[in-house]
Design a protein around this ligand. Structure first.
Ligand SMILES: [Zn+2]
Length: 159
């Protein structure tokens, strides 16, 4: 959606609306899956060499947990505050591209499902915790370690 710089008045332009999730054009196995239209609601201000957006971005996504690789639901709702630097002869910009890029920038880059979904247990994190806990238990049991070395010593003598 092309917005002409000439159409932005001195005291700013209010824009609101939505774009279909197809604007993201991501592959199925990308760690980000948009699942709804995305919504924008902002004031746009024009300066000599930049355009500034100030408002809100919203949309529903599935994000892939960086640990267990499962997808979980994520409702994006960002304060949208962004600058677009203008080229010398630029007379317009594509709002769709700005919205797309700003969502991708704002979405968490290595999300953990159990940190972002209340009450969710990340199975991978749970497993790592259990392995760590069982290692600690073995360390506490100091008798075992010596016996292993003792057995190795005996083995050496016999040969
Ligand atoms: Zn997880």
């Amino acid at each position: 959606m092309e917005i002409l710089l000439a159409d932005i008045p001195e005291d700013g332009l209010h824009i609101d609306g939505s774009f279909p999730k197809a604007i993201f054009d991501l592959s199925e196995d990308d760690s980000i899956r948009p699942v709804s239209d995305v919504f924008y609601d902002a004031d746009v201000y024009k300066f000599e060499d930049a355009v500034v957006f100030s408002g809100r971005l919203q949309g529903k996504f599935q994000l892939q947990c960086a640990r267990c690789l499962e997808y979980f639901e994520y409702d994006a709702d960002f304060n949208w505050s962004s600058d677009l630097d203008l080229e010398k002869k630029q007379y317009s910009f594509d709002l769709k591209e700005i919205v797309r890029e700003d969502f991708l920038l704002e979405l968490p880059s290595s999300p953990m499902c159990d940190e972002m979904v209340e009450g969710k247990v990340c199975e991978k994190a749970d497993l790592i915790d259990r392995i760590a806990a069982s290692d600690e238990r073995e360390d506490e049991d100091s008798g075992d370690g010596r016996d292993v070395w003792g057995a190795l010593d005996d083995f050496g003598k016999e040969n």
